[in-house]
Design a protein around this ligand. Structure first.
Ligand SMILES: NC(=O)c1ccc[n+]([C@@H]2O[C@H](COP(=O)([O-])OP(=O)(O)OC[C@H]3O[C@@H](n4cnc5c(N)ncnc54)[C@H](O)[C@@H]3O)[C@@H](O)[C@H]2O)c1
Length: 339
C-alpha cells in the first residue's frame, strides 16, 4: 500500500483521484486550503465524501512549507500528486499574480519539501495551456510551448522548475502530466460542461466565445485519474512529461448538441468575441502515455455530460450553492493547521 498526498484533493480532479486511489486500496491524505476561487462549500462536500471512504483531510496551504512538511511527515507520505493551483485561463488575465504565486512558488515548495522529507515520487500537474497557439495537430510532447495566457506561463514555469529539480537531484523521481480540458461530474463552475448543463437545465442563456467551431480534446475525469495513478506507479514515468487527453477533437458546437440530446432541451445561445487568452484548438497526441504508461482512455465527452447532468439533478446544484453559508457547520473535526 502506498501513502499518497494529493494537494488540491478537495477540488474537481483531486477528489475524483482520491476516490479512485482509495478504491485501489491505497492510503490517501488530501491537502487543500479550500480557496474561494469557487464555492469552498462544494470543496468541503468533495472532501467529506473522500473522508467517508477512509481518506484523511488536512487543511493547509502550499504557500506554507511548514504546513506541507507537517502533512507529509505526520502521514508518512511516499508519493505526492500535486494538483493544487490557481486555475482559470481567463481569470489569470485579470489576476496574473495569483496564478504566478500559487502555481510557481507553491509548486517550488511542494517539490523541495517532498524531496527533503523522504517522499519517493512527485507527480506534478501542468496543462495543455503551455502550448499556446497550435502549430500542428495532434499535439505531442515536443509541440512548441508558447503560452498565450498568464496561467499558461505559470504552468510552463512549473515544468521548468521540475526540469531543474531533475537535473540537480536525479535520484528524486518526478513526472509531469499535461491534462487537456477535463470534464465530468463536479467540474469547476467556471468550466464549459458545468456552465452548459447548468444553464440549459435552468433555461438560461449560454454565452459562446467565438462561433463555437473551436475544438477541444475533452478528457473525461475517469481517464485522467487513471493517468495520474499510472504516472505515480510506473518506473518508466520517471522524469517524463505526458500529454493526457482523450485523443479526440470535438467542437464546442458538437458538445452543445450532446448537451441538448442528453437533457432534451435546446440551449439558448448568445455569441461574443473569442477571449484573447483562449486557444482556438487543442488535440492531444496520447501515444507516449499509451506506450510508457499503458494509458487507455475509455470514457467519452458524452459520458461526462451524462455524469454532470446526473450530479446536477442528484444534488440540486442551484439550491446547494444557495446554502453555502452552511459551511460553518461543516468544518467539525477537520485537522486545521494555523500558519
Ligand atoms: N480541469 C481542467 O480541465 C484542467 C486542465 C489542465 C490542468 N488542470 C490542472 O489540474 C489541477 C486541478 O484542477 P481542477 O480543475 O481540479 O481545479 P480545482 O480548482 O477544482 O482544484 C484545485 C484545488 O486546489 C486548491 N488550492 C488552490 N490554491 C491552493 C493553495 N495555495 N494551497 C492548497 N490548496 C490550494 C483549491 O482549493 C482546489 O480545491 C490544477 O493544477 C489545474 O491547473 C486542470
Amino acid at each position: 500500500m502506498t501513502n499518497f498526498l494529493i494537494t488540491g484533493g478537495a477540488g474537481f480532479i483531486g477528489h475524483h483521484l482520491a476516490k479512485y486511489l482509495l478504491g485501489m486500496e491505497e492510503k490517501v491524505t488530501i491537502f487543500d486550503c479550500f480557496s474561494d476561487y469557487y464555492s469552498p462549500y462544494l470543496k468541503w462536500r468533495n472532501a467529506r465524501d473522500v473522508e467517508k471512504l477512509g481518506g484523511t483531510i488536512v487543511e493547509g496551504n502550499i504557500l506554507s512549507k511548514r504546513e506541507l512538511e507537517k502533512a507529509i511527515n505526520k502521514n508518512n507520505i511516499d508519493t505526492v500528486i500535486h494538483l493544487a493551483a490557481q486555475p482559470g485561463v481567463r481569470y489569470s488575465t485579470e489576476n496574473p499574480e495569483m496564478a504566478l504565486r500559487i502555481n510557481v512558488e507553491g509548486t517550488s515548495n511542494v517539490l523541495s519539501v517532498s524531496r527533503e522529507n523522504g517522499v519517493k515520487k512527485a507527480v506534478i500537474t501542468s496543462s495543455s495551456s503551455v502550448f499556446g497557439a497550435t502549430k500542428q495537430m495532434p499535439m505531442d510532447e515536443n509541440h512548441p510551448t508558447n503560452p498565450i495566457s498568464f496561467y499558461g506561463v505559470s504552468k510552463l514555469t512549473t515544468e521548468k522548475l521540475v526540469a531543474v529539480c531533475n537535473h540537480l537531484y536525479p535520484e528524486f523521481d518526478t513526472s509531469i502530466l499535461r491534462p487537456f480540458t477535463v470534464v465530468g461530474a463536479r467540474q469547476r463552475p467556471d468550466m464549459a460542461i458545468n456552465i452548459f448543463v447548468s444553464r440549459v437545465l435552468n433555461r438560461e442563456t449560454i454565452t459562446i466565445f467565438g462561433d463555437g467551431n473551436q475544438t477541444r480534446d475533452w478528457t473525461h475525469v475517469g481517464n485522467m485519474v487513471q493517468a495520474f495513478y499510472l504516472a505515480a506507479i510506473k518506473p518508466k514515468a520517471k522524469h517524463q512529461i505526458f500529454n493526457v487527453g482523450a485523443g479526440t477533437r470535438i467542437s464546442v458546437n458538437q458538445v452543445l448538441a450532446i448537451v441538448a440530446e442528453v437533457t432534451g432541451i435546446d440551449p439558448i445561445l448568445k455569441h461574443t468575441e473569442m477571449n484573447k487568452a483562449d486557444v482556438k484548438d487543442t488535440f492531444a497526441d496520447i501515444g507516449k502515455a499509451k506506450r510508457l504508461l499503458g494509458y487507455h482512455p475509455r470514457k467519452t465527452i458524452s459520458d461526462a455530460v451524462v455524469d454532470f447532468a446526473q450530479y446536477w439533478e442528484d444534488v440540486n446544484y442551484g439550491k446547494l450553492l444557495a446554502s453555502e453559508k452552511l459551511i460553518e457547520t461543516e468544518l467539525g473535526s477537520t485537522e486545521i493547521f494555523s500558519p
